[in-house]
Design a protein around this ligand. Structure first.
Ligand SMILES: NC(=O)c1ccc[n+]([C@@H]2O[C@H](COP(=O)([O-])OP(=O)(O)OC[C@H]3O[C@@H](n4cnc5c(N)ncnc54)[C@H](OP(=O)(O)O)[C@@H]3O)[C@@H](O)[C@H]2O)c1
Length: 250
């Protein structure tokens, strides 16, 4: 009898105290929300951040039924808020830091001859400085974890080799993100921290509204990215992975 209780207690403790944790930005809709659902289904503790939790109805509904999904307010433009959140989680291991929040910058404002530099600055601040600041602030949490993974959702639009013109702002922001994270991968390898860039492929979210091309459902895009994140090792750190697991050219 005592043996059985001890065994059950051990299983309970190992599934709670040592459960993996993921922090996701832009978790209230689109790909970020789907990441929340799938990591929660896998039993992760999910720190789901959103700019405006008060209106994040679907995310709040998930958190209401799953105590391991914690909703936190975070605008990645606000570096003081990133530091404050990191201070709140001081000492808590975070296995996967997942920078998902991103913006495109629209269409007209990024046509050659009509580039809006205020929009450009904002896209860079969200898509590049945000993931960089997040990695800086949460580095001790990653270091303290089992998986030690810093991941950003990039895009094939950041591939210089694959460019076919248009979308100057968005493309250059994702190229800059790629360079920042590739550099971080080199530096953090000796600390056994794994860094990766994942591409969801064309995915049916608000981000792509009005785009006339075949889009994949977020469920599929996220399943593919999670598999690619799972497969990342120190050996492949710094990889820029397409949704099918192949390596994208820089
Ligand atoms: N969809 C695609 O086909 C596709 C393809 C390649 C790459 N991606 C990348 O995938 C990621 C997610 O895209 P998605 O398709 O899910 O886009 P989405 O549906 O437009 O969602 C974007 C998310 O980012 C959040 N966000 C925007 N600015 C933010 C800020 N300053 N601070 C915190 N959160 C902010 C949004 O929050 P609010 O609700 O508050 O605005 C929202 O949660 C992006 O990095 C995008 O570049 C998407």
């Amino acid at each position: 009898m005592f043996k059985k209780i001890f065994l059950l207690l051990t299983i309970f403790l190992s599934s709670t105290a040592f459960a993996d944790t993921v922090l996701i930005t832009g978790a209230n809709r689109g790909i970020g929300l789907e990441f929340v659902k799938q990591y929660a289904d896998k039993g992760y503790t999910v720190i789901a951040t959103a700019r405006n939790p008060a209106t994040a109805d679907e995310l709040n509904a998930i958190a209401k039924t799953n105590s391991k999904v914690i909703v936190e307010p975070l605008d990645v433009l606000d570096h003081a808020a990133i530091e404050k959140l990191a201070a709140k989680y001081h000492g808590q291991p975070i296995d996967i830091l997942l920078s998902n929040a991103g913006i495109s910058g629209g269409n007209e404002q990024q046509k050659l001859g009509n580039i809006d530099y205020e929009v450009y600055a904002k896209v860079m601040a969200v898509n590049v400085y945000g993931p960089m600041k997040l990695a800086e602030a949460f580095l001790p949490n990653i270091q303290a974890s089992q998986q030690k993974k810093i991941i950003a959702v990039s895009s094939s639009m950041g591939s210089i080799k694959k460019t076919f013109g248009l979308l100057y702002i968005y493309r250059s922001s994702k190229s800059a993100l790629n360079m920042a994270y590739a550099t971080m991968a080199k530096e953090l390898k000796r600390k056994k921290i794994i860094v990766g860039l994942v591409n969801p492929g064309p995915t049916d979210t608000d981000f792509m509204s009005g785009v006339k091309m075949k889009l994949r459902p977020p469920e599929l895009a996220v399943t593919d990215m999670i598999r690619n994140i799972d497969n990342l090792t120190l050996k492949t750190t710094g990889a820029y992975l397409d949704y099918d697991g192949s390596t994208l050219p820089w």
